[in-house]
Design a protein. Structure first.
Length: 322
């Protein structure tokens, strides 16, 4: 599936409205906030259609997945938005992650816990709140709202350490742009190690990770940041996305992709947007002086002109390295 889909689920007393942008969307929140109710309404509509009293407005089918036979049912679903409630134990299994990886569907998953086996974006973690928009009709109007913002970066007055998610090109770039010998650049060697690395280090820390697949870590990291104000989290979609955003590769096509990735990333081919941006950058730079590989940074990206363009793409964070 490719694209962004607006969905409206309604009954005589309830309305849910939301937009799904990627292959995995997470719904979080406490009990009685309407998450399970939404899934139940979609299930009722699928099973009973008009008799259910539930109306769904969507360009693609909406249906649910659950129970012991989920692995048998899943291969029969295609081109749909699939809603899964949190009471399904298979959500945390590698079998589930592998099974949905190359399917032609989008998934909306209700969970209060992080799902580290799935690469979902910080931008696609939502809660549900009520709006007074339809009070005159005596309906409860429910909207999705983003729980986390990966772009809320405050100015760092003094920087002691940079903790980078990977040990490849992204890490090598940050190592190369640090001018102050008193600033350490540390690789966490994977998103699951970032929490441990933050706790083990001290001082003012800038944490850099791929926002496109960092969603499962956000709950515990955000709690840590609320306690320790010396931690700043910077979550671009990925390092490859930063290079593409920088304008180093000329052309309106790249600008359009960066502006609307949802119209280009095929969920059947790419499990996360990070994978797509990596593939795109490799293809676009093949045979050029900007040739990119993920394992080893091309030195040209540390040349003054190229480096400055990437720092510009990093906006407020980039100012720390000039």
């Amino acid at each position: 599936m490719i694209g962004s889909y607006s969905v409206r689920v309604s009954t005589s007393r309830l309305i849910y409205t939301f937009t799904i942008n990627r292959n995995i969307t997470i719904l979080k929140g406490d009990s009685a906030t309407g998450k399970t109710t939404l899934v139940e309404l979609i299930r009722e509509h699928y099973e009973s259609r008009e008799k259910s009293g539930v109306e769904i407005q969507s360009k693609v089918p909406c249906r649910t997945l659950g129970g012991r036979d989920w692995s048998v049912i899943l291969p029969t679903i295609s081109g749909s938005i699939v809603f899964i409630d949190e009471d399904n134990d298979f959500l945390t299994t590698d079998e589930f992650a592998t099974s949905i990886k190359e399917t032609d569907n989008y998934y909306v998953i209700v969970t209060r816990e992080g799902l580290p086996n799935l690469p979902y974006s910080v931008d696609e973690i939502y809660g549900i709140h009520e709006s007074g928009k339809y009070t005159e009709l005596k309906k409860v109007y429910n909207e999705f709202y983003k729980i986390y913002s990966k772009n809320d970066i405050s100015k760092i007055d003094k920087l002691d350490e940079i903790i980078v998610e990977d040990s490849n090109s992204g890490f090598q770039f940050f190592e190369g742009i640090v001018k102050d010998d008193n600033v350490s650049v540390i690789s966490a060697s994977g998103k699951s190690n970032i929490y441990k690395t933050i706790v083990e280090e001290s001082g003012t820390r800038l944490v850099v990770a791929d926002g496109a697949a960092f969603g499962s870590e956000m709950d515990r990291i955000s709690k840590l940041i609320n306690i320790d104000k010396d931690i700043t989290l910077y979550l671009p979609e990925s390092f490859e996305w930063l290079i593409l955003k920088s304008g180093l590769i000329d052309g309106n096509r790249i600008k359009e992709i960066i502006a609307h990735p949802e119209d280009y990333v095929d969920s059947k081919e790419y499990f996360s947007w990070e994978q797509y941006f990596t593939s795109l950058l490799i293809k676009e730079t093949e045979g050029t002086y900007l040739k990119y590989t993920k394992s080893k940074l091309n030195d040209v990206y540390l040349h003054e002109r190229e480096k400055e363009k990437i720092l510009d793409a990093m906006e407020r964070v980039g100012k720390q390295f000039r």
